[in-house]
Write a protein that binds this ligand. Structure first.
Ligand code: DON
Length: 309
């Protein structure tokens, strides 16, 4: 068994036994159904080999992890003009915070907080019907993961649509500054649905490969984005991917990463691996509690931190 195989297996076993599991998100009622005992881990290397353990083939709601991929699509559509609509600085506040928006005249701090991701979704939607924009996002995920079976969990999307009062407030507020171009309900409809994409750790790790290998899918040789763009998306993941927990994540794990309230984290070890972990219990900042601990353990054992072993 390779060093990676034993690390993945042992970490998953250790995580399965831990009593501290964090709190499953309940503000989107459908997410409250997740099993707090679930744990999955998948690592894909340059040759497309997947090393996995635990519930690595169980689909979960990727939620904010989808924002990495919508950012990639929007940058592909409008290039650096995107940065007129959304910033690139860590927010130092909660993912659904509204306070900074007033001070900064409706321009969200970064593309990963909810306001920023809603603005990015609006960019993808412009010139399209919501159904087309959503199809584009879903097909991109299927293409990256090389798996056409990936779908949207409609019950999760409907649940968030019913209870997404804060996101409605954020979107309407941005609309008042002209930062949202499309009807707010259309933009939010696409946003809720891309957050509700369901994927397993294995599928998510496969989808993240282009970020680990200079924008290129190492199995197919296809260049998804230019190396420069992959590097910059990784930089935003490192600084903003865990909201107010981004500093802690960099300190403990030392990799670009993006979390979601479904308990998933996509982490990128540049040149080495794309990693997805899932454990539904969250910490106080809304990031997977055991997901972060597992990644810390993995990067330590493999010497993968971008800051040195
Ligand atoms: O907008 C929301 O609140 C959710 N659809 C996504 C939030 C999320 O995943 C934040 N991540 N930690």
């Amino acid at each position: 068994m390779s060093q990676l195989e034993s690390a993945v297996k042992e970490i998953a076993e250790e995580m399965r036994q831990r009593p501290d599991r964090g709190e499953v998100a309940t503000y989107i009622p459908e997410l409250a159904r997740a099993d707090p005992n679930a744990f999955g881990l998948a690592v894909v290397d340059a040759d497309g080999n997947v090393v996995y353990a635990g519930d690595a083939d169980t689909p979960f709601s990727i939620q904010s992890v989808s924002k990495v991929f919508t950012l990639t699509i929007a940058l592909g559509m409008v290039g650096d003009r995107l940065w007129n609509r959304v910033g690139r600085e860590p927010s130092g506040s909660a993912f659904n915070s509204i306070v900074q928006l007033e001070r900064e005249r409706g321009i969200p701090r970064n593309p990963f907080i909810n306001a920023g991701a809603i603005a990015v979704t609006d960019v993808i939607l412009s010139g399209h019907q919501p159904r087309e924009a959503l199809g584009e996002i879903l097909r991109f995920m299927q293409f990256l993961a090389d798996d056409p079976s990936i779908t949207i969990d409609k019950a999760v999307a409907a649940s968030e649509n019913r209870t997404g009062f804060r996101n409605r407030a954020l979107a309407n507020y941005m609309k008042s500054f002209g930062v949202i171009e499309n009807p707010v309900d259309f933009t939010l409809g696409v946003y809720f649905h891309h957050c509700a994409i369901a994927m397993s750790c294995r599928q998510l790790a496969m989808a993240g490969r282009f970020l680990a290998y200079r924008g290129r899918n190492p199995s197919t040789g296809l260049q998804v984005v230019q190396p420069d763009r992959a590097r910059r998306i990784n930089a935003i993941m490192l600084t903003c991917g865990h909201y107010d927990g981004s500093g802690e994540f960099a300190y403990h794990v030392g990799l670009p990463g993006k979390s979601g309230v479904g308990g998933g984290i996509l982490a990128i070890a540049p040149g080495k691996a794309s990693i997805a972990v899932w454990s539904p219990g969250l910490d106080a900042a809304g990031n997977s509690h055991l997901g972060r601990i597992a990644l810390e353990e993995l990067t330590k054992r493999m010497g993968w931190s971008i800051f040195g072993a």
